[in-house]
Design a protein around this ligand. Structure first.
Ligand code: ZN
Ligand code: ZN
Length: 142
């Protein structure tokens, strides 16, 4: 038996409060052009796990960024909250919202073939191309 990890986070203005229970102490980076346009750089995210709670939902705006995914942000301060694959229970929350994640490990970088050459992370992580990501997660959407 493992004790679930619970992490608390807030957006910049603190109107939205989130608690997540990721199964592992890891986070990922996405280099796709949509994440970079959304956030100005690669998106660092952590999985929400099977149970997560959002307080201040009236401040959460959810945007359909594609047919298969939604992105959420705080209406008041603009902080990015999560990325959600619509046909799944898969929610990836912005790592920067959370406290107590200093020991989390940088696990995988996805859409590495979309990464521009002008930056690189020095961390050694797993790397997945768009085709590899779609082969792994695309099978669950129709
Ligand atoms: Zn806010
Ligand atoms: Zn992305």
């Amino acid at each position: 038996m493992t004790t679930p990890i619970v992490k608390q986070g807030t957006c910049l203005c603190k109107k939205v409060r989130i608690s997540i229970s990721p199964e592992k102490n890891i986070f990922d980076a996405c280099h796709c052009s949509m994440c970079r346009r959304w956030g100005g750089g690669p998106a660092l995210t952590v999985e929400g796990g099977k149970s997560f709670h959002i307080q201040g939902e009236e401040f959460v705006s959810i945007y359909d960024s594609s047919e298969w995914a939604q992105r959420a942000f705080c209406k008041n301060c603009g902080s990015h909250l999560f990325y959600h694959l619509k046909n799944t229970q898969h929610y990836n929350f912005s790592l920067g919202l959370f406290e107590g994640v200093e020991n989390f490990k940088f696990h995988v970088q996805i859409f590495v073939d979309s990464k521009p050459a002008f930056y690189d992370f020095a961390n050694k992580t797993e790397m997945m191309t768009e085709a590899e990501v779609l082969a792994k997660f695309g099978a669950t959407s129709t």
